[in-house]
Design a binder for this molecule. Structure first.
Ligand SMILES: *Cc1c(COP(=O)(O)O)cnc(C)c1O
Length: 459
C-alpha cells in the first residue's frame, strides 16, 4: 500500500512516509499531511483489547505504508514505550465525575515523550538503513528540549544540540537537560534570552551550505511523526472510558499551545474514533480559544502564566487544521497564511461544531488544582488544570469527559505551592536529579559561536 504526504500549500510533489519523517517542514514552507485519512470505524471493536504498544502499531500502520514492515513497526513501538514507568503506558483514572488520561509517565514526565521517544527510534532506524547521520539543533524555553534529548540520547548516527537561555529556565528544567551525559548530547547555555536562541537557530538553518554539510534537522512540533504518535492515545483514552461507563462516545479536553496535541485528536475523530467533541483549552494566551469562538485568528502579546508550555501566540500546527477547514484547498491556505504574515490576522469561513473552546485563567487554574486535591486527593499540574477548568463548562450527560494530563505536577512545584500552600508534588526521577553531575557549554548568542562549537564537536 502506498501512502503519500502532501503539503498544505500544494507546492511540493507528494513524498513517502520515510521522506516525510526526515523532512519536518515541507519544502514549500507548508506542513505535511497524509493525502488521505484512513477510515478505521470497522476496526474499533478489534482494537479495544489491545495493550498500548499494540494499539499504537495498529493506529499508525495505515499512515506508514511501505515505510516500515509490520515487524519493524512493532519493534519500534515496543521499545519506545518500554521507557515509560507506568505499565499501561497511559493510565486513565476516574477523578470525581471526570476522567484523567495521564500522558506523563515517560522519561521527562511530560506528554511530549510519547511522540519524541518514537521519533528518536524512527530517526535511528532510517539512518541505520541509509548509513547517514543527523544533527538535531533546537532552542528551548523548557519542556521540549529535555523531551527531545531523551528521545535521541545514545542513538547511533545522531547528535543533538539544544540551546537554552542561561539562568532563564527553571533549575529543574535545566537539570533535566544537563544531567544527560551521553556523548551525543550537547547542551548549550546561551548568554541571552529565549528569543536570542530562536534567532540564532533561524540564522543557522538559513545558512544552507552549513545545513547541508552537517545534515541539520529539527524536532519541533511541525514534524508529522509528532502528530502521528499522538493520535493513538485518543483511541486509547476513549476505549478505557467506554469500558467503564458504557457510553457510546466521549469528549476529550486538551490543554493547548501549538495545536499539536489537539490536532492529533482532530485526526483521530476524522478516522472514526468514538469522540463527540474536542474541548480546546488555552491559558491567557488565548489566540486559539478566540479563534474557535469568533472565527478570527489574530495574534496578541505573549503573557507569562503558570502553564509556560502553553505561553504561545502563534500555533505552529494550526495551518494543518486550516487546510481541512477551507475544504483542502491549498491556494486558499496560501492566501490566508500570506494575509496572516502581513496583518497578523486571518478569518476562516464557517464554524466547526466538533470543537468547544475556552480560556482557563490563573484564578481558574489555582482553584481547580486546590479543589481537585481537596475533594479527590489528586494533584493536577497547571497545564492539565487549564483543560479541567474549561471542561467544567462543557459537561454533557450523554458523553463523559476525559481530560488529557500533559505533565506530572512535580515539574511545576511553584504553581502547586501557590495552589495548595505546600510543596506536595514530588517524583523520584526529579528528586534524584538534584545531586547528579551535569554537562553544559556556555556560549554567546551568536551564530558564529554556535556554528563553531558544532563544527568542533563533530570534527
Ligand atoms: C507542549 C505542552 C503542551 C501544549 O501542547 P501543544 O501540542 O503545543 O498544544 C501542554 N502541556 C504541556 C505540559 C506541554 O509540555
Amino acid at each position: 500500500m502506498e501512502i503519500r504526504y502532501i503539503s498544505t500549500r500544494g507546492g511540493m510533489a507528494p513524498v513517502s512516509f520515510p521522506e516525510a519523517v526526515m523532512m519536518g517542514l515541507a519544502d514549500d514552507g507548508g506542513l505535511l499531511l497524509p493525502a488521505a485519512i484512513p477510515d478505521v470505524r470497522t476496526r474499533l471493536d478489534g482494537w479495544r483489547g489491545l495493550d498500548y504498544p499494540a494499539l499504537a502499531a495498529e493506529v499508525m500502520r495505515p499512515f506508514i505504508g511501505d515505510g516500515l514492515t509490520d515487524a519493524e513497526l512493532k519493534d519500534l513501538v515496543r521499545r519506545s514505550y518500554a521507557t515509560f514507568t507506568a505499565q499501561e503506558v497511559v493510565p486513565v483514572l476516574a477523578v470525581g465525575d471526570t476522567f484523567i488520561a495521564e500522558l506523563f509517565h515517560g522519561p521527562t514526565l511530560a506528554f511530549k515523550d510519547i511522540a519524541l521517544q518514537f521519533l528518536g527510534n524512527l530517526f535511528e532506524h532510517y539512518l541505520k538503513k541509509s548509513g547517514g547521520t543527523l544533527n538535531i539543533i533546537g532552542a528551548t524555553s523548557g519542556d521540549t528540549g529535555s523531551a527531545a534529548i531523551y528521545g535521541v540520547r545514545g542513538k547511533a548516527g545522531i547528535h543533538i544540540f539544544i540551546m537554552h537561555p542561561q539562568g532563564r529556565v527553571s533549575p529543574l528544567q535545566e537539570r533535566q537537560m544537563t544531567c544527560v551525559l551521553d556523548a551525543n548530547v550537547h547542551n548549550i547555555a546561551i548568554a541571552g534570552t529565549f528569543d536570542d536562541g530562536q534567532r540564532v537557530l533561524k540564522e543557522i538553518f538559513n545558512d544552507l551550505p552549513f545545513k547541508k554539510r552537517y545534515n541539520l534537522g529539527a524536532v519541533n512540533s511541525v514534524n508529522w511523526v509528532r502528530v502521528l504518535a499522538q493520535i493513538v492515545y485518543y483511541f486509547w483514552a476513549a476505549f478505557r472510558v467506554q469500558e467503564r461507563t458504557g457510553a457510546p462516545a466521549v469528549q476529550v479536553a486538551v490543554p493547548t499551545g501549538n495545536f499539536g496535541d489537539i490536532f492529533a485528536g482532530y485526526m483521530a475523530v476524522r478516522m472514526g474514533a468514538p469522540i463527540t467533541r474536542l474541548i480546546l483549552a488555552t491559558n491567557e494566551n488565548d489566540i486559539l480559544s478566540r479563534f474557535f469562538t469568533t472565527g478570527e485568528y489574530s495574534m496578541g502579546a505573549v503573557v507569562p502564566t503558570l502553564s509556560p508550555s502553553m505561553d504561545i501566540q502563534v500555533a505552529s500546527n494550526f495551518e494543518r487544521y486550516l487546510y481541512y477547514r477551507v475544504g483542502q484547498d491549498p491556494a486558499r491556505v496560501c492566501e490566508l497564511m500570506a494575509g496572516f504574515a502581513a496583518t497578523k490576522k486571518l478569518t476562516a469561513p464557517g464554524a466547526d461544531p466538533l470543537f468547544a473552546a475556552g480560556c482557563g485563567g490563573t484564578a481558574d487554574v489555582l482553584r481547580v488544582i486546590h479543589d481537585c486535591h481537596h475533594e479527590h486527593g489528586y494533584i493536577l499540574d497547571p497545564h492539565t488544570a487549564v483543560g479541567v477548568a474549561v471542561a467544567e463548562r462543557f459537561a454533557d450527560p450523554a458523553a463523559p469527559t476525559v481530560c488529557l494530563a500533559t505533565a506530572h505536577p512535580a515539574k511545576f512545584a511553584d504553581a502547586i505551592v501557590q495552589a495548595l500552600g505546600a510543596d506536595l508534588a514530588h517524583h523520584p526521577i526529579l528528586d534524584a536529579l538534584v545531586d547528579q553531575p551535569t554537562r553544559c557549554t556556555v556560549l554567546p548568542p551568536e551564530q558564529g559561536a554556535i556554528q563553531g562549537f558544532i563544527r568542533q564537536t563533530l570534527a
